[in-house]
Write a protein that binds this ligand. Structure first.
Ligand code: MTE
Length: 318
C-alpha cells in the first residue's frame, strides 16, 4: 500500500476497503458465479485475455441477444478494445492495461444529490443485485459486438443518492493514473475521459453500470472495475473505469465533444441516417462475421428508448 498509485480522486485511509469487506467481495463474486476455477483470481487481479478459464474462442453455447445475434467471442471482446488512456492501438490495450490496479476502488457520487458519498466497489456489489445483460455495442468507428455484461442498472444507484429537483444531467469521469496508463500524459487528448447523459437517459432501465462480462469480473482493458454501458448510443458514451459520478444542472462537457464537436455530439445515439462527417454510419462490421450488416436505428433499442426523444430533431441534436 505504501506506494499506492495516484487516483484522480484520492483514496482516504478510511475509504480503503477493510479486509472483512474485501473478503465479502470475494464471497459475493463467488455467489455470483463470478469466481470460476480456483485460478480465477485473487479477486479482480488483472490478467491477459486468453489466460482465462474460458478458452479464447470457446463456442458460446448458441447464446444470442434478443434479436438472435450470436455473442461475440470472449477473445474478441477482451482483445480488441478502445481505451485511449493506455494506447490507441486496439490490439495492445489488453497487455498495456494488465497491471492496472483496480482494488481498492471507489466512486465518488456528488453534485445535486441529497446523499452524496463515496461508494466502494464492495458497497455496490453488496447493495445492488448483479444481473446479466446481453447488449449490442456499436462503435462510432463502424464495428460492433454482442457482449454479455454483468452489472446493475444505474437508476438503482441514482435512487439511493436521490437527485435533487435541479439535477438534469449526470456527468461521469474516468480515473487518471499516469504511472499506470501509458498514454494519459501524451498530450493527444485532454484526459480525464469525461462523459455525460441526460438524467432521464441515465435513469432508463437499459443504462447499466457493468462490473463484469462473460460471468467474470471486468477485465482492465474493458474498464475495470466498473464502467457505463449505454447500448443505444455509440460506444464512446460507455465510459470506463469510473471514479466520479456527478449530478449537475447543465449539459456536462464530454471528451469527444471537446475534441471534435462537429463529429461527436452529446447525444451520440446510433443512427444509420446521420453520417459521421467522414464516413457513413449506414452499415457496420460485426466482429467475427464476414462482410457488413445494416446498422439499426438506436442500435435496435428504438422501442425502448424513443420516448426519451419525443419532439427532438435527432439529425440536429446528434
Ligand atoms: N472510456 C475511457 N475511459 N477511455 C476510452 O478510450 N473508449 C470508448 C468507450 N469508453 C474509451 C472509453 C470507446 S470509443 C468505445 S467503442 C468503448 O469504450 C469500447 O469498449 P470495449 O473496449 O469494452 O469494447
Amino acid at each position: 500500500m505504501a506506494d499506492k498509485k495516484r487516483h484522480s480522486v484520492p483514496l482516504n485511509r478510511d475509504e480503503v476497503t477493510p479486509k472483512h469487506i474485501y473478503q465479502n467481495r470475494r464471497q459475493f463474486l463467488k455467489q455470483m458465479g463470478m469466481v470460476g476455477l480456483g485460478a480465477l483470481l485473487a479477486s479482480c487481479a488483472p490478467r491477459k485475455p486468453g489466460a482465462s478459464d474460458i478458452p479464447p474462442d470457446a463456442p458460446v453455447n448458441g447464446r444470442t441477444d434478443e434479436l438472435g445475434d450470436a455473442l461475440t467471442s470472449y477473445s474478441a471482446v477482451t482483445g480488441y478494445n478502445n481505451f485511449y488512456e493506455f494506447t490507441t492501438s486496439k490490439e495492445q490495450v489488453a497487455s498495456l492495461a494488465q497491471n492496472f490496479e483496480t482494488d481498492p476502488w471507489s466512486v465518488r457520487v456528488d453534485g445535486l444529490v441529497n446523499h452524496p458519498g463515496v461508494l466502494s466497489l464492495e458497497d455496490m456489489l453488496a447493495n445492488f443485485n448483479q444481473e446479466e445483460r446481453i447488449y449490442r455495442m456499436r462503435c462510432v468507428e463502424g464495428w460492433s459486438m454482442v457482449i454479455p455484461w454483468v452489472g446493475f442498472p444505474l437508476h438503482k444507484l441514482l435512487a439511493e443518492v436521490e437527485p435533487t429537483a435541479d439535477a438534469r444531467y449526470v456527468a461521469f469521469e474516468t480515473a487518471v493514473v499516469p504511472d499506470q496508463m501509458d498514454a494519459v500524459d501524451s498530450g493527444r487528448f485532454p484526459f480525464p475521459y469525461l462523459e455525460g447523459l441526460r438524467l432521464d437517459e441515465a435513469q432508463h432501465d437499459l443504462t447499466l453500470l457493468a462490473t463484469g462480462l462473460y460471468d467474470e469480473p471486468m477485465p482492465p482493458q474493458n474498464g475495470a472495475p466498473i464502467r457505463l454501458v449505454v447500448p443505444w448510443k455509440y460506444g464512446f458514451k460507455s465510459i470506463k473505469s469510473i471514479v466520479r459520478i456527478s449530478l449537475v444542472a447543465e449539459e456536462p462537457p464530454t471528451l469527444w465533444n471537446i475534441v471534435a464537436p462537429q463529429e461527436y455530439g452529446f447525444y451520440a445515439n446510433v443512427n444509420p441516417d446521420v453520417s459521421h462527417p467522414r464516413w457513413s454510419q449506414a452499415t457496420e462490421r460485426r466482429i467475427g462475421e464476414p462482410g457488413r450488416r445494416e446498422t439499426l436505428f438506436m442500435n435496435g433499442y428504438a422501442d425502448e428508448v424513443m420516448p426519451l426523444y419525443e419532439g427532438m430533431d435527432l439529425t440536429i441534436q446528434f
